[in-house]
Design a protein around this ligand. Structure first.
Ligand code: ADP
Ligand code: MG
Length: 364
C-alpha cells in the first residue's frame, strides 16, 4: 500500500493543536515548476529579499542545470510550504520546504536559520536528512529526503491497522531518534504526530526542527516555557517550568506512544489549565511522593487541583497495551521530570528487550 497523503497543514506551533489544524488536499496536477541549481553548501546560501511573485508559485526556471519539478504540495505549516518534488537529472524524489520570508524585516528568519544549523550536523537513520539548501527568486528551500507520510495523517486514514510488532518498531525508532538528539545535547521541543515522518520502507524519522535547540547537559539554564504543542506538553511546562531538559521530549514521546496504539491524541486540552485537568483525569493527581518538587513550580499554587484523583491509566489503556507496554508508557509519562524515563533508558525496558513479539517495520 502506498498512498499519497493529503497532508495539508498538520503542523502547527505551540498553542496550535495538531489534529484540529485541518487537512488540505494535496494539489493534484500542480503546475510543473523547475528551479535553478542548488548551491553545493547549505552555509553558502545568501538569500535575497522576498519578491512578490513568490506567493503564487515557488519559483520559475531561470537557467539550466540541476532543477526540481514540483509535483504536489504535501504540507503547509506556520513557517512555509512543503512540496514533493523530483530532481530532474537523477529522478530523485525529495521534499522541498520553502522558508517563508514574508514579514521578515531583518532578512532571513532566525527560526529557519536555527533549524538549518542544527539539521546540518545530524546524521541518524531516525532523524530527517537535510540534503541541501537551494535559493530561487528570493525564496530559500530546504531539500529533504522525501517521506510518504506523517504520523497524524497516517493514523487518520480509515482502516490503518498496525500489528503489535509494527507498533513496537515505530516506538523504538521514535525513541532511537530522540536518544540520538539528546546525546547530541539537542531538545526537539515539538514532538507530535505531524512532525514524525514515515516512508514506504516503514522507517520513522523525526522532522521539524523549528523549535529545537541545544541545551546544556551540565548547567541548569533557563529556556523559554512556550514550547511544545499543548496536547503533548509535559506537566512541568504547564506549571511554568523554564529549567528543563530532555524529559520534556520523552513526555511527548509517551503521548505519541499511546496515540499510536489508540490512533487518537490522548490528552486533548483546550488551554493550559484544561490540559492539566485532562492529564490529571487520566494519570491521577501527583502526590508529594510522586513529585516532591512540584510545589516549587511557578504556577503550582494558582492551578492546584481541588481534589486528589486516582490514576485510571491501567484501566483505560490495558485494552490496547501489554503490561510491559503499559510500564513503558507510564515511565515516559511520569510526573516528576527527574524520574521520567530518558529515551535511551526507555529503549532498554522489557517491552523492547524481553517481550514478544519482535519488532517489525510497517511496510506499505
Ligand atoms: P512546519 O514547521 O511548518 O510545521 P514541517 O517540517 O513540520 O513544517 O512540515 C510540515 C508538514 O509537511 C509535515 O507535517 C509533513 O506532513 C510534511 N513534510 C515535512 N517534511 C517532509 C518530508 N521530508 N517529506 C514529506 N513530507 C514532509
Ligand atoms: Mg511541523
Amino acid at each position: 500500500m502506498r498512498r499519497e497523503l493529503n497532508n495539508g497543514n498538520r503542523s502547527g506551533r505551540p498553542y496550535q493543536q495538531g489534529p484540529s489544524e485541518g487537512y488540505r488536499p494535496a494539489s493534484q496536477g500542480a503546475p510543473t515548476i523547475s528551479l535553478p541549481p542548488p548551491p553545493s553548501e547549505p552555509t553558502a546560501v545568501h538569500p535575497s529579499p522576498p519578491s512578490e511573485s513568490n506567493d503564487a508559485h515557488p519559483a520559475k526556471a531561470s537557467r539550466g542545470g540541476n532543477t526540481y519539478d514540483l509535483l504536489t504540495c504535501v504540507g503547509e505549516g506556520t513557517y512555509g510550504k512543503v512540496y514533493k518534488a523530483k530532481k530532474n537529472d537523477t529522478g530523485l524524489i525529495v521534499a522541498l520546504k520553502r522558508i517563508r520570508m514574508e514579514g521578515e524585516k531583518d532578512g532571513f528568519p532566525v527560526t529557519a536559520m536555527r533549524e538549518i544549523k542544527l539539521l546540518q550536523n545530524l546524521r541518524h537513520e531516525n532523524v530527517i536528512r537535510l540534503h541541501e539548501m537551494m535559493v530561487s527568486k528570493g525564496s530559500v528551500y530546504m531539500v529533504f529526503e522525501y517521506m510518504e507520510h506523517d504520523l497524524t495523517g497516517l493514523l487518520s486514514l480509515q482502516g490503518i491497522n498496525f500489528t503489535p510488532a509494527n507498533l513496537k518498531s515505530l516506538n523504538y525508532q521514535m525513541l532511537s531518534g530522540l536518544a540520538y538528539l539528546h546525546d547530541k545535547s539537542i531538545l526537539h521541543r515539538d514532538m507530535k504526530g505531524s512532525n514524525i515522518l514515515l516512508n514506504a520502507r516503514g522507517e520513522l524519522k523525526l522532522g521539524d526542527f523549528g523549535l529545537a535547540r541545544v541545551y546544556s547537559k551540565f548547567k541548569r539554564d533557563d529556556y523559554t516555557n512556550r514550547v511544545i504543542t499543548l496536547w503533548y506538553r509535559s506537566p512541568e511546562l504547564l506549571l511554568g517550568e523554564t529549567v528543563y531538559g530532555p524529559t520534556v521530549d520523552t513526555f511527548s514521546a509517551g503521548c505519541i506512544m499511546l496515540e499510536l496504539f489508540t490512533t487518537k491524541p490522548v490528552f486533548q486540552g483546550n488551554d493550559e489549565i484544561h490540559q492539566l485537568e485532562v492529564i490529571y483525569s487520566i494519570l491521577g493527581t501527583p502526590s508529594e511522593e510522586d513529585w516532591p518538587d512540584v510545589k516549587d513550580l511557578p504556577w503550582y499554587e494558582l492551578v492546584k487541583p481541588k481534589e486528589s484523583l486516582p490514576s485510571k491509566f491501567r484501566e483505560i489503556f490495558s485494552k490496547w497495551l501489554s503490561p510491559a507496554g503499559l510500564d513503558l508508557a507510564q515511565g515516559l509519562l511520569a510526573f516528576d521530570p527527574a524520574r521520567r524515563l530518558l529515551a535511551d533508558q526507555a529503549m532498554q525496558t522489557p517491552y523492547f528487550t524481553s517481550e514478544a513479539p519482535p519488532m517489525e517495520k510497517p511496510l506499505q
